[in-house]
Write a protein that binds this ligand. Structure first.
Ligand code: FAD
Ligand code: HEM
Length: 377
């Protein structure tokens, strides 16, 4: 018979030598695997004893990784005996006090968008269960990047996503062997939190990507399944004096959400300064550049610094990977009222964590600790 574990029982195995994890409601003993994990010991130690499903999915593990899981399997997560330590439930969005009434989006305001902060609109997202929403607009902004607009059931409803958090999209996809498998991935809307009746996500589609390719191939009228809010970070106005950001590629989306909230809150007293290093391969890879440039143009407290790995010949910005010197020059120095937000591909995140620690920033205690001076989305 398969052994059953409660979340509390799993939580008691949280040391390096005795390390259990939950992935997709199954319990794994990863004690013997920690030292050889290709993604590093640290990430497993940080999530030891807890539900690692989302982190495991977000890292984009291969079928080989799934096969290793089979060897580490020790039991099922108990459905009935599960008394303690559920995933933290995040309160649905409360509009940020005095959220700016001005629409900062550069595109023409849409018919269904409100231009004032709603006080009484209901929220759509439910933390633990998936809900369906319909694709109503699709805009390609490059050959592999698409902005998808999804309709909420009621025109006066908001998504209900606090600033700094993301949603999960689940897709049940047919595998080459004919079986179906569920994939769950994180996405951060680029529409503003108070916009009613719809939300928009920007998706970079990878040729071998499961969910990104699926979303990019949706037709108008097709539905997706979303749930949330997810994530530990929550932006509140003036929570720190100065935010430094580093993002790579589609890691722009959580940053944009925070930038829009800060700039949108200026008229009600949000004075947070932002310096944002945005790293990409080529000029054509910089997502939402026009929108970022326009925001930087209109707000003196927001600066964006582009870094390209393969710049065009006339490029005047910075070149190469994001280095400790670049961070030291462009971002705020370590201080109590400073926060650094990071979002990008795993190798970039790993090297940034080392650079930031070398520069004197506090080492994140756990990846998802919202109090961290350095927060990785
Ligand atoms: C908090 C958070 C917010 C996010 N917000 C967004 C967002 O707003 N928009 C967005 O597009 N993505 C976002 N992502 C990334 C997103 O969750 C998925 O990881 C991404 O869409 C790839 O998922 P997939 O299922 O298509 O690929 P997977 O099935 O995970 O990967 C399969 C294969 O696709 C390729 N692939 C996948 N990811 C990459 C990559 N980064 N670089 C190169 N090749 C890759 C690789 O070949 C990989 O083996 C976010 C991630 C996090 C953690
Ligand atoms: C017991 C559970 C786990 C197993 C068996 C496992 C296995 C693997 C394997 C085999 C790889 C190599 C790439 C691949 O084949 O996909 C990998 C990479 C990686 N894993 Fe895990 N993993 C586990 C849990 C986690 C968790 C919980 C996280 C995140 C918190 C994580 C983060 C990563 C990262 C970031 C990489 C990428 C390394 C890189 O490409 O540079 N893993 N893992």
């Amino acid at each position: 018979m398969v052994q059953e574990f409660t979340r509390d029982q799993v939580a008691s195995h949280s040391s390096k030598d005795d390390l259990y994890l939950i992935v997709r409601n199954k319990v794994y003993n990863a004690s013997e695997f920690v030292a050889e994990h290709p993604g590093g010991e640290e990430v497993l130690l940080e999530i030891a004893g807890r539900d690692a499903t989302e982190a495991y999915e977000d890292a984009g593990h291969s079928e080989e990784a799934d096969e290793i899981l089979v060897d580490l399997f020790v039991g099922e997560l108990s459905a009935n005996l599960d008394v303690g330590n559920p995933e933290p439930v995040v309160e649905p969005s409360k509009p940020i006090t005095g959220y700016n009434k001005q629409d900062l989006t550069i595109s023409k305001p849409r018919k269904e968008a409100t231009d004032s902060a709603p006080n009484s609109l209901s929220s759509f997202l439910v933390h633990e269960s998936f809900q369906e929403t319909e694709l109503v607009e699709k805009t390609y902004i490059s050959h592999n990047v698409v902005i998808c607009r999804f309709k909420l059931p009621q025109s006066n409803q908001t998504l209900g996503l606090p600033i700094g958090q993301h949603l999960s999209i689940g897709a049940i996809l047919t595998q080459p062997d004919g079986n179906t498998k569920e994939f769950i991935r994180s996405y951060t809307p680029i529409s503003k939190s108070h916009e009613a009746g719809y939300f928009e996500i920007l998706v970079k589609s990878y040729p071998k990507g499961n969910v990104s390719k699926h979303i990019a191939s949706l037709e108008l009228g097709d539905k997706i399944r979303v749930r949330g809010p997810k994530g530990a970070f929550l932006y509140t106005p003036n929570m720190v004096r100065h935010i430094g950001m580093v993002a790579g590629g589609s890691g722009i989306t959580p940053m944009l959400q925070v930038i829009q909230a800060v700039l949108g809150g200026r008229s009600s007293g949000d004075t947070t300064e932002i310096d944002f290093i945005f790293a990409n391969v080529g000029l054509e890879d910089i997502l939402l550049k026009e929108r970022l440039d326009a925001l930087a143009e209109m707000d003196q407290g927001f600066r964006v610094h582009y870094v390209l790995e393969k710049p065009p010949s006339q490029w005047k910005g910075r070149v190469g990977y994001v280095t400790a010197d670049m961070i030291s020059e462009l971002l705020p120095k370590p201080a109590q009222h400073v926060k650094i937000l990071v979002c990008g591909p795993p190798p970039m995140v790993r090297s940034l964590k080392i650079s930031l620690e070398d520069l004197g920033f506090e080492r994140p205690l756990a990846a998802d600790n919202p109090g961290n001076q350095v927060f990785v989305f």
